[in-house]
Design a protein around this ligand. Structure first.
Ligand SMILES: [Zn+2]
Length: 270
């Protein structure tokens, strides 16, 4: 899978070597190590909308953007609401912005073809789906928890990229970031009802525990199949080996920890 840790002084992030096509994109998912937040948000909590102290999150964003040598005003994120709104970010957005931080309200995916804009998704278990179109030089990133997956946000993001940039899914590379995996992702019957109503082959990535009367779901598989159904080549999709819920030394996990911080999955055209 070519998934590697990249360290920048005190912080580190996981990234896929196969995804960056000769250094055209910077992408990855941060680990929780290296920031200033105390427990339960320790340490590098980048969750702007979490209940951590604003000054801590602010400092963490400063650390993250400085280590990656990004202008903070070009670090763009959303107030995510588990829906399927997707926003294309243009240079004009940046020019108009006067605030310290730049975010799109009530939005769960971002796309752009502007170089030097870092698109980010917050998560503490939910998969991120990143897409890079090396032909049209466009990128996108989506927050794909179970609700976003049911709304087929990854497929919709590819449609948006087609409309905006002429992207063809067959040209695209895709990456599914560190997130809660089937080993830990227990769901109830009423979630499964939604999954099977919209996603074919749902039996292949759900299993039923008859003792607990609970289901287990692989959101990574569900998104993988959606990307393929949209036309992305199977060989062009990679996904993280990390389960956030199993590996809370490195990642935040809402399922495991309840009150906790947020990592970011990010992508930027260089
Ligand atoms: Zn797990």
């Amino acid at each position: 899978m070519s998934e590697i840790w990249i360290e920048k002084n005190n912080i580190k992030f996981v990234s896929f070597q196969t995804f960056d096509k000769g250094g055209s994109v910077l992408h990855g998912t941060t680990s929780r190590l290296g920031g200033v937040s105390p427990p339960p948000y320790n340490e590098l909590n980048l969750g702007v909308f979490s209940d951590d102290k604003k000054e801590n999150v602010n400092k963490n964003i400063e650390i993250f953007t400085q280590e990656l040598d990004i202008d903070r005003k070009r670090f763009i994120f959303s107030r995510q609401i588990h829906k399927d709104q997707i926003t294309a970010v243009y240079k004009e957005h940046l020019d108009r912005n006067r605030a310290e931080d730049f975010f799109i309200d009530q939005n769960d995916a971002l796309v752009t073809n502007v170089k030097g804009i870092m698109l980010a998704v917050f998560s503490a278990d939910c998969p991120s789906v990143s897409v890079f179109d090396p032909v049209r030089n466009a990128i996108g990133i989506a927050h794909a928890g179970w609700k976003g997956t049911v709304l087929k946000i990854a497929i919709q993001m590819l449609h948006k990229m087609k409309l905006e940039y002429g992207t063809r899914p067959v040209d695209c590379l895709a990456a599914i970031g560190p997130s809660i995996k089937q080993c830990c992702y227990e769901i109830s019957e009423n979630v499964v009802i939604h999954i099977r109503s919209v996603i074919p082959y749902w039996q292949d990535f759900t299993e039923y525990d008859s003792e607990k009367k609970k289901w287990k779901l692989s959101l990574q598989d569900a998104n993988f199949r959606q990307l393929i159904s949209a036309g992305v080549k199977e060989s062009s999709i990679v996904w993280s080996k990390y389960c956030t819920c199993c590996d809370t030394d490195d990642f935040f996990s809402f399922r495991k920890e309840g009150i906790t911080g947020r990592q970011v999955a990010f992508i930027m055209l260089k």
